[in-house]
Design a protein around this ligand. Sequence first.
Ligand code: NAI
Length: 332
Amino acid sequence: MKIAFFSTQPYDRLFFDRENQDKRFVYQFYETHLGPHIVRAINDVEAVCVFVNDHVNREVIETLALRGVKIIALRCAGFNNVDLDAAREFGISVCRVPAYSPEAVAEHAMAMLLTLNRKTHKAYNRVREQNFSLNGLLGFNLHGKTIGVVGTGKIGKAFCRVSKGFGCKLLAFDIYEDAQVKQMGVSYVDIDSIYKSSDIISLHCPLTLENKHMISRESIQKMKDGVVLLNTSRGALIHTAAVIEGLKQHKIGGLALDVYEQEEKLFFKDLSDTIIEDDTIQRLMSFPNVLITAHQAFFTEEALTQIATTTLRNIEELLLGREPSIEDARLV
Ligand code: NAI
């Protein structure tokens, strides 16, 4: 079974090699994204394995089908970058890793909140410079604060559990209410109540056509003054220009992003020697109360192991004509 991997990094090779000790798969690794520029180079593979920033649009899918590719395997949970209708039309199966480690993402969201609030990233640098002053490092207690969680699926639920441990009051909005979440003492409310009542808002819903730019000028105006926003889900949930405006007006008190709408040209690359042309991220990085990580919330040993195991199992089962044994893994 031959698989072409796109957007690969050294750690992808390491974890996928570990799961292929018996060499039942033949791998081709590409560093580049899958997109119209490379798709015609694909030859003699049954499956392509893609990640969050690969462009699997209609044009790409049509060419994949012409080249005999049977499976598009996402090694992630989100699938907003794949045209599922086109895959259906061209007879290509699409699978994903629906849950690899919700805790990895939830814990990272909390780590970002704690860092942003207690400014440990700044304190670390200060102390190394023998600056032991506390001025400018003032934070607030999480205990007793209201966190609004948007999307209470696997990651949102794990984030609720973590936040409960800090003694936070939890509000949630989801298009479906979850009984387990309610049992934790989380109250489901409408989205406007999340905006109005939350000290902290954390996004854990998938990106869809309906919720693109849900954090907009209008929704920000409904929020509490000094609200802290966390986005570890997908960049385009946030209208970045509106958030920059909110930060400049001191309406937004803190912003933690693990995802960014234009991340594709930046994230997962070492650009330390280059001139960044994206003025928006440069503006974001200039705020003292903005913390950005480069889509690393998933990045734990446990998650990467699970991603490799599940992806290979999905591909194997589909190529053998069986349904993936992992629930919700098959999209088409
Ligand atoms: P999930 O499918 O278990 O949960 C998603 C929840 O969002 C569901 O309860 C669903 O009903 C709800 N939802 C759907 N549309 C909504 C809307 N318009 N408003 C409010 N709620 C809505 O997914 P999971 O595993 O919890 O992942 C959530 C998202 O996290 C993924 O779609 C992905 O974009 C992102 N993610 C980010 C990672 C990172 O490294 N930063 C890693 C993994 C996932």
